[in-house]
Write a protein that binds this ligand. Structure first.
Ligand SMILES: NC(=O)c1ccc[n+]([C@@H]2O[C@H](COP(=O)([O-])OP(=O)(O)OC[C@H]3O[C@@H](n4cnc5c(N)ncnc54)[C@H](O)[C@@H]3O)[C@@H](O)[C@H]2O)c1
Length: 270
């Protein structure tokens, strides 16, 4: 439910779409996960289990740190139990935690591959399944948002394990959406482009690489964590009540096509 946003879309927000609702957010210690928690709290969330493998804290007591590794199947079960014990219900799961470790295909070891699959794929699957079990158990209803990436189809060199893991997140999202629709549970995904977080610092804060990437982004800037958090809140809120199985691309236009600035790019490289 929202009250008003005022006439200035960049002005202060006064929405309370999440008043009284509870959530689990994984990867919540920093970056986008932290921004998602902040935005949920701004919009009235009653409580959040903020899961991350890194110890962290939040000044708002409604945001409860929960230290766990999503690759361990027990983590999602325990996080859901903690949410219900502490806040009495679970309305939203944001399966966001993930890693991205570049490595050329020829140098991709079994361990490197498995690490991406266990955190990015298994971790998301466990969170989706355990949240859905709790939601169905209390009579249905709820929302799940999974973090994929434009790499799910717009593949990047040296990122085979990551690219494949994000395509799997898209498939998990669609598979869960088709199974859980009958229970009133909506499952959607986000596909961010390049976001200014520690994970993408090697691109965003690299003086050589950043301008090259920016040429490929029609909006001419990298995403801020809040840009992504706003999209997650849309997919989690009743404003998207007839949307399920969708992957929302939030990339400033990066995957639209070939940028038109090739002449300038050629001059820059000569
Ligand atoms: N930053 C980008 O440009 C970008 C673009 C597209 C998608 N993504 C996706 O966004 C998600 C997070 O990205 P971010 O940019 O916020 O990253 P980040 O590295 O800033 O934050 C990720 C958080 O997840 C936690 N984490 C990692 N592995 C975990 C595990 N096994 N168990 C629990 N917590 C774990 C980390 O401790 C960290 O706090 C990932 O799924 C990533 O693939 C990022």
């Amino acid at each position: 439910m929202h009250t008003s946003q005022g006439s200035n879309p960049n002005g202060p927000r006064s929405w309370d779409r999440f008043a009284g609702l509870t959530a689990i957010v994984t990867g919540a210690a920093q970056g986008m996960g932290r921004a998602i928690c902040d935005r949920l709290l701004e919009e009235g969330a009653a409580g959040i289990i903020a899961l991350d493998r890194t110890p962290h804290a939040h000044p708002d007591e409604r945001c409860v740190p929960f230290i766990a590794d999503v690759a361990d199947p027990r983590s999602a079960t325990l996080a859901v139990a903690a949410c219900i014990e502490r806040f009495d219900r679970l309305d939203l799961m944001v399966a966001h935690a993930g890693i991205a470790d570049p490595r050329p295909l020829l140098e991709t070891t079994d361990e490197h591959w498995r690490r991406h699959m266990s955190i990015n794929v298994d971790g998301v699957f466990y969170c989706v399944r355990e949240a859905a079990r709790a939601m169905v158990g209390r009579g249905g209803g709820g929302a799940i948002v999974c973090t994929a990436s434009i790499n799910a189809w717009h593949v990047e060199e040296t990122m085979a394990a990551y690219n494949v893991s994000k395509a799997a997140v898209h498939a998990i999202t669609r598979s869960a959406a088709i199974d859980l629709g009958r229970h009133g549970i909506r499952v959607n995904a986000i596909a961010p482009g390049v976001v200014d977080t520690p994970l993408a610092a090697l691109v965003v804060h690299n003086p050589q690489l950043a301008p090259l990437y920016l040429r490929t982004i029609p909006l001419g800037r990298f995403a801020a964590p809040r840009d992504i958090a706003d999209a997650v809140l849309f997919l989690a809120s009743s404003e998207s009540s007839y949307i399920t199985g969708h992957m929302l691309v939030i990339d400033g236009g990066q995957t639209l096509g070939i940028p038109g600035d090739l002449e300038t790019a050629a001059e820059g490289s000569s």
